[in-house]
Design a protein around this ligand. Structure first.
Ligand code: ADP
Ligand code: MG
Length: 399
């Protein structure tokens, strides 16, 4: 049996017309001799009747936060509705199919409601359905605790469900269908010149997704990589080849960077030793933040100051700590972290200097930088982010 995972995102299953395209993709997989396993997200986006955010708005946030188990039961409904509706459309087109909840598909999780960890995937049920020539239509984003309660796996985790099943079923390929022709060199909403990347490594896409590109969930990439199953990002509405993600990527490409992405809502925090004389907490700031679960990045430590960035949502907590410990610091809010990603930068000298120069020549202030083997980060004012992305794209990514 050649198993193929086909995951369809919220916009792909939102309307009858779009679901007709989904049916075509499933039909064509069957004609090519594959046994498809379909994974679906909830239908549509916020505002659409059965979208996850719409369901979430039915309960108030106090209730949600103190009853995560109940909230997960509600959140699971979006995918359940979607899987039955999709199964109906397949049936209408002569494809026998069977909607399955995460639990019925064998996805067993711990009791960490809202962000559950998967403990085990028991493929027995799916395999027996496939052996009968029936297409399982599995709800993404959800699992079941060992004692039978619905759990969800974290925002955007339907991609992860697809990879999880792909690895457990040793699929030939995991196809993630969405509303763009593949992974692009930059977010097409901000960079008009962005173009499709044909091939890219797991590692690069992981960086891409982890650094803000919404096109695929980072855990989905990590899981597919563990199982060494090729991932392909495709458009539900077109026949474009899509982006192939595996261990090889473009191999011999001469390009320095594969793509760029960004993360908004960053706040730069700066502690100066002169402002914190005789306060020993100054030397333990990073530990104290870690103990308080405040995640920081772009960390630059100098003899006389410590600089890093945090997400806007952590600012209240940080201010509380700073006050309680009598520390002094300054904040620059409304920053955007731009990330340039590519295996090609390893060991190439002068790249950072070139980026800073081109931004400076265009009057863009670079607030901070950092780099790793595969990524270069620049912090800029959010008001400059779109311009910075376009200039960097023009400089390094011309096709
Ligand atoms: P789905 O509902 O199908 O899961 P998502 O909204 O999660 O779809 O992901 C697709 C969207 O990701 C695209 O519509 C696009 O706007 C956005 N996106 C951001 N960065 C990129 C990129 N580098 N390449 C392609 N799409 C991107
Ligand atoms: Mg998505």
């Amino acid at each position: 049996m050649k198993i193929l995972i086909q995951k369809f995102g919220g916009t792909s299953v939102a309307t009858k017309e779009r679901r007709a395209m989904v049916v075509q993709k499933v039909k064509s997989a069957k004609e090519q001799g594959f046994s498809p396993v379909v994974v679906v997200s909830a239908m549509g986006r916020k505002g659409d009747s059965y979208a996850t955010d719409t369901l979430l708005s039915l309960i108030n946030s106090d209730f949600k936060n103190s009853n995560l188990k109940a909230a997960d039961m509600l959140l699971s409904c979006g995918e359940i509705i979607s899987s039955v509706v999709m199964a109906n459309d397949l049936y209408d087109n002569g494809i026998e199919s069977c909607p399955l909840t995460g639990g019925q598909a064998g996805i067993i999780t711990d009791n960490n409601f809202n962000d559950a960890e998967v403990l085990n995937v028991d493929t027995k049920n799916i395999i027996s359905i496939l052996k009968e020539g029936v297409v399982p239509v599995v709800t993404g984003f959800q699992g079941l605790t060992e004692d039978g309660y619905f759990t969800t796996l974290g925002r955007g985790a339907s991609d992860f469900s697809a990879s999880l099943l792909g690895v457990a079923l040793k699929a030939e390929e995991i196809q993630i269908y969405t509303d763009v022709d593949g992974i692009m060199t930059a977010d097409p909403r901000l960079v008009e010149e962005a173009y499709i990347i044909d091939k890219i490594t797991y590692n690069e896409v992981f960086q891409f997704a982890d650094q803000g590109a919404k096109v695929i969930h980072p855990r989905a990439v990590e899981m597919a990589m563990k199982g060494n199953i090729p991932l392909v990002i495709k458009n539900t509405m077109t026949d474009a080849k899509g982006t192939l993600i595996d261990n090889y990527g473009t191999g011999s490409s001469k390009k320095l960077f594969t793509g760029l992405t960004y993360m908004n809502n960053r706040i730069q925090v700066r502690f100066k030793s002169d402002d914190n004389r005789n306060n020993d907490n100054y030397y333990n700031i990073l530990d104290i933040l870690a103990e308080n679960n405040i995640s920081i990045d772009l960390i630059n430590i100098f003899p006389n100051e410590q600089i890093f960035t945090i997400d806007e949502i952590c600012i209240a907590k940080l201010k509380e700590i700073v006050e309680a410990l009598n520390l002094n610091c300054t904040y620059s809010d409304r920053c955007t972290k731009v990330a340039l990603i590519g295996n090609g930068i390893k060991g190439v000298p002068g790249v950072m200097a070139k980026i800073i120069k081109v931004l400076k020549n265009n009057n863009i202030e670079v607030l901070q930088t950092s780099d790793s083997h595969t990524t270069i980060w620049c912090l800029v004012h959010s008001s400059d982010a779109k311009k910075a992305l376009n200039i960097i794209h023009d400089t390094f990514m011309v096709n």
